[in-house]
Design a protein around this ligand. Structure first.
Ligand code: SF4
Length: 411
């Protein structure tokens, strides 16, 4: 079974990355370093790109940050990190992009929040940013966020609503305003001269059902590519589950051209986790493949040993560690399935479905572990070196199956 056909959208190029128009759904991320700290920011952008982030956003919040942007791009270039970098602007984007043209030139895209372009000069400031985008041939993301919704527009919509014989709830008016803020801003940008194929839209909410509702409406209201993300998703399991729940529904309906998972990391935590979660959502949905998948059973009373958990964890860790090399050397390896199962009940069946799988012995079972390759029983391992031998078989399998492809391609 596959997700529904992708919604049609006008393709936008962000640097060398295509968004929408049938391009693969793009995984992106955002740094949390001080942008003015060039080395720190370069390091984190490189880490995010290495984890597979295809676009990275940085905040450009003051003149020090704007001044740093060209140096960040120069250093990334020297490190051969080719990821497009997007500038996130709030309140003073019109000033920074005008005063620091090298910053505007160096960025691959500008993110504009139409609720944060100023209360007095809202449209004028918005148009100034768009003019810089036109001048330097950059795309923009019109990023509406319910937490910073255009208050002028909201007040107007509330007043209009109050005049209705049957006024809507304030929540409904807010939802209408989010859609209107995005469509109005897109129209304004095009009036200024920005081409349609330079506009991406997002309408982020922090509630799962609200996000699904608003993106369904936005998807029907325009054909701009849509950037999906549950804003302020939260920490750890809550953030991952809520983001997965919201994005899976939309992606399954063909809505969404690029995604970002807004996880709050633990202090000192790995920022790249948000990239891996985004990739895993797409891979679990059967939309894109990034890394071989390890199927492991949850374990139960039939296996008291933790050995299969340790082996599943070891194999998963090994795959992640090797993937930066395998990705280049063994194209297609990301589609591979590995099974590590705890006992004879589902072990052989699940292992046969995998490309390579091992069924470890459960409690009271013979201490033997049959290994299946391409659905056929290949060998039965036993003794203390089961894990090591299985890993060797995994290496051989990858080299024989995916290495040969490379040779054929080169021949
Ligand atoms: S495969 Fe065996 S150990 Fe694993 S959950 Fe199923 S019955 Fe339990």
């Amino acid at each position: 079974m596959q997700p529904q056909q992708r919604r049609n959208s006008t393709q936008v190029m962000v640097g060398n990355v295509a968004v929408g128009g049938g391009a693969p759904v793009v995984v992106q991320s955002m740094t949390n370093t001080d942008t003015a700290d060039v080395d720190d920011t370069v390091k984190q952008i490189a880490e995010l790109a290495d984890a597979g982030s295809e676009i990275v956003r940085i905040t450009v919040n003051n003149k020090e940050a704007a001044q740093a942007v060209p140096f960040i791009m120069e250093k990334l270039d020297r490190k051969n990190v080719e990821v497009p970098v997007v500038g996130d602007f709030h309140y003073n984007g019109h000033v920074l992009l005008t005063q620091f043209p090298d910053c505007a030139k160096a960025l691959a895209k500008f993110r504009i929040n139409p609720g944060n372009t100023g209360t007095r000069g809202r449209d004028k400031n918005f148009c100034t940013i768009v003019e810089q985008a036109v001048k330097y041939d950059k795309p923009v993301r019109i990023g509406v966020n319910w937490g910073s919704l255009d208050q002028q527009l909201l007040a107007l919509k509330m007043d209009e609503n109050n005049e209705l014989p049957e006024p809507k709830s304030s929540k409904e008016v807010m939802m209408d305003t989010i859609i209107e803020s995005a469509t109005r801003s897109s129209a304004l940008a095009q009036d200024v001269g920005l081409a349609k194929d330079k506009i991406i839209i997002s309408c982020k909410m922090s509630g799962v059902q609200d996000l699904i509702h608003i993106y369904r409406r936005m998807a029907a209201a325009c054909d701009h590519p849509l950037h999906l993300g549950l804003t302020e998703a939260g920490m750890g399991m809550k953030g991952i589950v809520a983001s997965s729940a919201a994005l899976s529904v939309l992606l399954n309906e063909g809505i969404g051209d690029t995604i970002r998972i807004s996880l709050t990391p633990q202090p000192g935590g790995d920022r790249a986790e948000e990239v891996r979660v985004g990739q895993q959502i797409l891979q679990s949905m059967g939309i894109r493949s990034f890394i071989p998948q390890v199927t492991a059973c949850p374990g139960c009373g039939r296996t008291k040993s933790t050995y299969f958990q340790e082996l599943a964890d070891e194999i998963q860790g090994y795959i992640r560690e090797m993937m930066p090399i395998w990705r280049d050397v063994y194209p297609g390896v990301e589609d591979m399935h590995v099974a590590v199962m705890g006992c004879v009940v589902n072990g052989p069946g699940e292992s046969k479905f995998a490309d390579i799988g091992i069924s470890l012995p459960g409690t009271f079972e013979e201490p033997k572990a049959p290994v299946y390759v391409d659905g056929e029983h290949r060998v039965t391992l036993s003794g203390d070196a089961i894990g090591k031998e299985f890993r060797k078989m995994l290496d051989d399998y990858i080299m024989n199956r995916f290495g040969r492809k490379t040779e054929q391609a080169e021949a």
